[in-house]
Ligand binder design. Structure first.
Ligand code: NI
Length: 180
């Protein structure tokens, strides 16, 4: 178990398409350690999602953990720590809504991104079981943000109006009132 350094925008690994895990890699010591390091890193950095490429491992593996309760995104339903291996995504309803996203690999910034709000994913768990999950609202946005990391995309690529990109400090100073 170890806290790893999160690589930042400009590092080429963040722009790679990550490779899927082979079935026999799931449950291996390397992957078990990697998942454990990702959890430690997520908790240390205080994030809600982390993709393996963000700690320099270009693999299709991401984790999400949403603490329930009030947040800057409004009242959130908790999502226990979930490990997504080789996820695929299906949009159930393309109707999009926006959130001010942030990213541990793009520290200090917030940007407004619209994404479909009703999706489902099929993925493998850390034990290699096939799982399905339907996500709506904020968790759907978080999932798509992490999924993008596996394809070498960052949320800033999806900002359609770059006026809606701000430093955190200024965002909190000037933009919070605009949130609904
Ligand atoms: Ni991110």
């Amino acid at each position: 178990m170890a806290i790893r350094r999160v690589i930042r925008m400009g590092h080429p690994v963040l722009r790679q398409v990550a490779r899927p895990l082979e079935p026999d890699e799931i449950g291996s010591e390397f992957i078990t350690h990697l998942i454990s390091d990702m959890q430690d890193t997520l908790h240390d950095y205080g994030g809600i999602g982390l993709a393996a490429p963000q700690i320099g491992e270009p693999l299709r593996l991401a984790i999400i953990e949403i603490e329930g309760g009030p947040s800057r995104y409004g009242e959130l339903e908790a999502m226990p720590l979930t490990v997504f291996i080789n996820p695929v995504i299906t949009v159930i309803d393309p109707a999009a809504e926006g959130y001010w996203e942030g990213c541990l690999s793009v520290p200090g910034l917030r940007g407004y991104v619209e994404r479909p709000q009703h999706i489902k994913t099929q993925y493998l768990s850390e034990n290699g079981e096939v799982k399905g999950l339907e996500l709506q609202g904020f968790p759907a946005t978080v999932f798509q943000h992490e999924f993008d990391h596996l394809d070498g995309k960052l949320y800033i690529d999806r900002i359609t109006d770059t006026r809606l990109l701000a430093f955190e400090k200024e965002f909190e100073q000037f933009r919070l009132d605009d949130e609904d």
